[in-house]
Design a protein around this ligand. Sequence first.
Ligand SMILES: Cc1cc2nc3c(=O)[nH]c(=O)nc-3n(C[C@H](O)[C@H](O)[C@H](O)COP(=O)(O)O)c2cc1C
Length: 302
Amino acid sequence: MAKETWKPGNMLYPLPAVLVSMREKSGKYNIITIGWAGTVCTNPPMVGISVRPERYSYRILKETGEFVVNLTTKELVYATDFCGVKSGREVDKFGALGLTALPADQVRAPLVGESPVNIECKVKEILPLGSHHLFLAQVAAVHADEKYMDEKPRRRDESIVNKKMMAQILTMGAWLTIISFLFLKLPFFAGLFANEEQHLTGYFVLFIVSALFNGFNVRDDRFGIFRGLDENTGFLKVFFIIIAVQFAIVNAALIPFAPFRWIGSMFSCVPFGIQGWIAVILLAVTMIPVDMVRKVAVGGEK
Ligand SMILES: Cc1cc2nc3c(=O)[nH]c(=O)nc-3n(C[C@H](O)[C@H](O)[C@H](O)COP(=O)(O)O)c2cc1C
């Protein structure tokens, strides 16, 4: 196997960047992004971070002997970059980024509230290695965001549908029954369609579109049901494809060719007017606020 040989360099990749938070003796907080970080001992649990002596953070770490390693997330990408290019000499990084400084248990350095895991550390030794000095520190406490802890390992005899899912299904089922009843029985809705065939086609559309809007409800346990849609283009793609297919099925008979008329009759669908579409979509959209009420009342999380 042919190999190239390179001059010595740091090639241990990938490695996670972490946010290291600290507190100056004056009480001022700072954060530095650290790439040279890692676990160095299991028992006692120890970590190592390497910091250049010219960093503003270096003096604080050396003087206080305490810091917190905060793991990052996708949402913290900007903050991680910011803390790696701005200096605490000029900027209050917590303030500039709107990050929450929470009190730690064992050290005076703050936890970054937005980070999912915070590791409190007490420095045991500083090894001057060259460009960087290695801070070897013992882990004094670990905090993990509760929101990552709510899923217990599933037992084989456990139901696939948990209580929260059941509450969602029952609420939406009940609400769909109510809007179906209103749609089919109220003369107002019937009056928006020219005949019974159109009215029943509208009911078919109501069912499908309600299910689609319910798809938003299950995206988040609280109200962030539209959050991150730009990153999940697949969801919107499927949403609009189903709407387009639905629209095409209902209106197929408008195209004066036998195959299209056949599609219409296959699904027992006839085209109906704009006021029918508006009524159907408005009724279906009510799935969203109704499920939000359910989330507040029974199924939501903190
Ligand atoms: C991804 C990334 C990783 C970094 N890793 C380290 C590191 O391991 N050690 C270090 O001394 N500086 C590292 N830096 C540079 C410091 O984070 C940067 O110089 C920072 O602005 C220093 O902040 P301070 O002046 O408030 O101490 C890194 C920067 C980035 C963006």
